[in-house]
Structure formats: C-alpha cells, structure tokens
Design a protein around this ligand. Structure first.
Ligand SMILES: [Zn+2]
Length: 293
C-alpha cells in the first residue's frame, strides 16, 4: 500500500499540484458501512455476474491514514439513507466526524420526509459544506414536493449536492436524467454534482451541465476499466467533456472500489484531455468550489 501512496503522489506532483481534492469518498457510521460492503459483496447478480471486491476494507483510522497518504487535501463523508427517519441520525454522526476530521468537508444528507426542510436548515447553519443524495438507494423521486423547500434552501446557500441519480450500476424507479432535470427547472442555481458522470446516461447529464452553469459532474468510477466494461463512456462525447473542464470534479468512491485508487487517476489521464484539464479536475475546480487554500 505504501507503494501505491508513492504512485498517487507521483501523479499529482507531476502535474505540479499541491495534492488532490476528492469530492466523493465514503465515511459513515461503521455499522452502515458494513451494510454497504455487504451490498457490494452481493452485487454480482445485479451487474450480470461482475464481482465488486472492496479494495480498502479497513477500519476508519486506517482508511483515513490511506487517503491522507495519497495526499488528498480535502475529501467528503458521503452518507445516505435508504429509508425515512434515518437522515437526521446520519447527519448528527457526520457533525462529529467532521469535528474530529478537519480535512473532511462536513457532509450531510436528506430524504423526502416531513421535517426535511428543518434538518437541512440546521445542517446549513451548522456549517455543512456539501450534501449527498442517493436516488437509487433511497428509491425516491428527487422532484418529490417534500424536497422542494430543501432544494431551494441549498440553492440559496450555494451548497453543492452530490447526487447519484444515473441508472448505474443498476436502474432505480426514479433514476435517469428526467427527475433531476425537473428539480433544476425549479431551482436553476442549485449546485447539483452528478455522481459518476451520470453513468450510464452520460450524454443527458452532460447536457444538463451545459444548460445550467452551477451544475457539475464528478468522475467517480467513470472511465475506469471496471466501468468501461459495464457502461463505456462514448468517445464522441470527449470534446464536450473537454469543454466542461471547469465543471468536472475528481471523485473516486474510496474506499468502496474494486481496484486501486491510482487507477481512477490513470483513467482520467488516459482520456488525453491534457494536463490543464487534469489539474482543474483533480484539484482546481474542487478547491475553488469549496474555497480551499
Ligand atoms: Zn459513492
């Protein structure tokens, strides 16, 4: 693992960067994370037999040491409820995690349920830096009217929302670009960050980023050998991806990935979009969005 840290550092040092900003990493209560790992252990069925062995199945301290060893200057604690009545509890855990982990961008989550506006406001007042929404796991419509005041509040506060709403690795009842587009029609300044580049509906989600200036995409798992087998990124979209260079953010899904961290970086490099694009994606865009020095 030490060698991997050297490889990751070599990547960003070679670009002349001070490190990486990774907007999509998972830290959550231990019990919940174990359940997530169980889900990936059993994912073979959903993906037609593709195995998903978690590369960094380790204790929290060890996972933090790993990501710091990679030189990730700022990362997130993407956590998400699969049912009502869970988001507030996750958010209170995240407050404590952010307090004891100064390099983690304080992360919160939400669910369409009575009271959501109140706890979203509380999280904003507590200084949360980013939200996570998981439409596939939560099986809800992001355009649900219960969420409308929360989206309004987050748009006004300018807080990015990393939202998994593409139909990968398996479609959900409300995944796909339609529901997210409906939210953006009502809240055009909302800072949605489409996780996984919107995989596999890349083109539609790129289109939303082109239409709305505050919309961004994270690279999580996109372009890797693993995802290219499941949902290849269409080469015809590369010029549009190049043009959106100021709106693409490094995300990795650490630690829940079935390959080494450095592979995500190599996968971005081999797109051939150039060093300026890589510098923006791996550090500059995230640093600007979160006001990091
Ligand atoms: Zn994720």
């Amino acid at each position: 693992m030490r060698d991997e840290a050297r490889e990751v550092r070599g990547f960003w040092e070679g670009l002349g960067l001070p490190g990486l900003v990774d907007v999509h990493t998972h830290f959550m209560p231990e019990r919940v994370l174990r359940k997530v790992w169980d889900y990936f252990d059993g994912l073979g069925e959903l993906t037609g037999g593709i195995e998903w062995p978690i590369a960094y199945r380790a204790d929290e301290d060890e996972r933090l040491a790993l990501i710091r060893g990679f030189g990730v200057r700022a990362f997130t604690a993407m956590l998400y409820p699969h049912k009502a009545g869970m988001a507030e509890w996750l958010n209170s855990w995240a407050v404590g995690f952010a307090r004891r982990t100064p390099d983690c961008l304080h992360t919160s989550t939400l669910f369409p349920e009575p009271g959501v506006e109140d706890y979203v406001r509380e999280a904003v007042e507590a200084g949360t830096r980013v939200f996570k929404a998981h439409v596939q796991v939560g099986a809800y419509d992001p355009a649900d009217e219960l969420l409308d005041p929360a989206w309004g509040l987050l748009a006004e506060a300018g807080i990015p929302v990393v939202i998994h709403c593409g139909s990968g690795p398996s479609p959900g009842k409300h995944t796909g670009p339609g529901p997210a587009a409906a939210v953006l029609r009502r809240h055009p300044r909302l800072r949605f960050v489409f996780a996984h580049m919107g995989m596999p509906e890349y083109e539609d989600f790129l289109g939303l980023a082109e239409r709305y200036d505050e919309v961004r995409l994270d690279t999580t798992m996109a372009f890797t050998d693993f995802s290219e087998r499941l949902a290849p990124f269409p080469p015809a979209l590369l010029p549009r991806l190049a043009d959106l260079g100021d709106r693409v953010l490094l995300g990795t899904d650490f630690p829940n990935i079935p390959y080494p961290y450095v592979h995500q970086l190599r996968a971005l490099e081999r797109l051939g979009l150039g060093d300026d694009w890589l510098r923006a994606v791996c550090f500059g865009n995230g640093a600007r969005l979160f006001g990091l020095r």
